[in-house]
Write a protein that binds this ligand. Structure first.
Ligand code: PMP
Ligand code: GLN
Length: 390
């Protein structure tokens, strides 16, 4: 069967997780914690399951969760949001990203994307008949290339979709970078889809700033969060979009045609989670920072060139100092098969050549992405296995 989706391969996360299982490898590939989320959140969902909350909830989400999303926006970012008209609950941030793209893009519209990019972005932009305009960040610092970004915006630009804190780089967009983006978005009269699933996972005093809080951006941004990341419950697939009342009806219509609703019992749990005290959110980032430090230290000792991760679940590391002869796909495969540790090749976060603005530029192919959202013993065991292998 030949369709636009035929060119899309099985997601790298599924491919590498299957390879990890096949070889009995410790999976530092796919980003999921190996510990459970907060007990009260799980209890609230379990109680709701037994309490008869098992039929279709309202299309845009249960009122409790919409209220909690609005309160969370006010508490952390000073954003005033109408829970009845400016919040849409989705089945994960994955659906939210697709729904937001569907809400604003028409065939032929251009959508600016920033590489490295999460693997669902490009196929969905293409499915909608929109034209991707890719701008590439470069290691080791992944700074925004301002001239190239400005050049990617034009009369056909309808939206930009970007991710901060960023998977796989761990970059956290700075206030100055966001101000530069905001100026482009306003001048070109377009929208921003802001994938902020790692909003609470920042380290070393780095703070996440939603683009939506910048002057002129309130009406133009669709801000996406995920219970998977904020409550370490990635299998739940509950996401939430915050956007202006002028945009929310279209996001809701996309949701109506994708999944229609999201499990009401899980929504109840997430509502309890978003109302947790500040200590919970601080504890989440400090516990992840400790895991990051543990993995980063170990990888450096093994000889990897470890890049700074200011946020997210991930470290990217240059494996060339180890003397490996091959690209990142070969490295991650060999590491899985021989060391029994799985990582993700960073080239999976780059578009196929034909989409690149500068087709001559190859993606950097000497980085592997390691997830550190794992127990300390698991991180240590993975490091121990790699030590025997290098
Ligand atoms: N965006 C980014 C950048 C991600 O890393 C992920 C995966 N965790 C998602 C979206 C998807 O989130 P969800 O599991 O809530 O669909
Ligand atoms: N977001 C997760 C990651 O980057 C994976 C999600 C998925 O498997 N689709 O590892």
């Amino acid at each position: 069967q030949n369709s636009l989706l035929s060119a899309t391969g099985t997601t790298i996360f599924t491919v590498m997780s299957a390879l990890a299982v096949q070889h009995g490898a410790i999976n530092l590939g796919q980003g999921f914690p190996d510990y459970d989320g907060p007990e009260d959140v799980i209890e609230a969902a379990a109680a709701a399951l037994k309490d008869g909350r098992n039929q279709y909830p309202p299309l845009t989400g249960v009122p409790e969760l919409r209220g909690a999303v609005a309160a969370h926006n006010r508490r952390f970012y000073g954003l005033e949001v109408d829970p009845d008209a400016e919040v849409v609950v989705t089945s994960g941030a994955t659906e939210a990203v697709t729904a937001c793209l569907m809400a604003v893009l028409n065939p032929g519209d251009e959508c600016v994307l920033i590489e490295p990019l999460y693997d669902t972005y490009l196929p969905v932009v293409r499915l909608l008949g929109a034209v991707p305009r890719l701008v590439r960040l470069s290691p080791p610092d992944w700074a925004l290339p301002r001239a190239e970004l400005a050049a990617a915006f034009g009369p056909k630009t309808k939206a930009i979709l970007f991710n901060t804190p960023m998977n796989p780089t761990g970059k956290v967009f700075t206030g100055a970078e966001l101000a530069f983006l905001a100026d482009l978005i306003a001048r070109h009269d377009c929208y921003a889809i802001c994938d902020e699933v790692y909003e609470h996972l920042t380290f070393d005093g780095w703070r996440h700033i939603p683009l939506m809080t910048l002057p002129g951006m309130r009406e133009r941004c669709m801000r996406i969060g995920s219970a998977g990341k904020t409550f370490s419950l990635t299998g739940w697939k509950v996401g939430y979009v915050t956007c202006d009342r002028s945009l929310a009806p279209n996001v809701a219509k996309a949701h109506q045609n994708l999944t229609f609703t999201t499990p009401p019992n899980l929504q109840r749990g997430v509502a309890v989670g978003l109302m947790k005290d500040d200590a919970y959110f601080e504890g989440l980032s400090s516990s992840l920072q400790a895991r990051r430090d543990r993995l980063a230290r170990g990888l450096k000792e093994l000889g990897f060139g470890v890049l700074e991760a200011r946020g997210s679940y991930f470290i990217t590391a240059d494996f060339r100092p180890l003397g490996f002869n091959g690209d990142d796909v070969a490295f991650c495969r060999t590491l899985t098969e021989e060391a029994k540790v799985t990582a993700i090749p960073v080239t999976a976060f780059y578009a196929p050549r034909e989409h690149a603005l500068d087709a001559s530029a190859d993606a950097p192919s000497h980085y592997a992405r390691f997830a550190f959202c794992k127990g300390e013993a698991v991180i240590d065991e993975a490091l121990g296995r790699m030590k025997k292998w290098v």
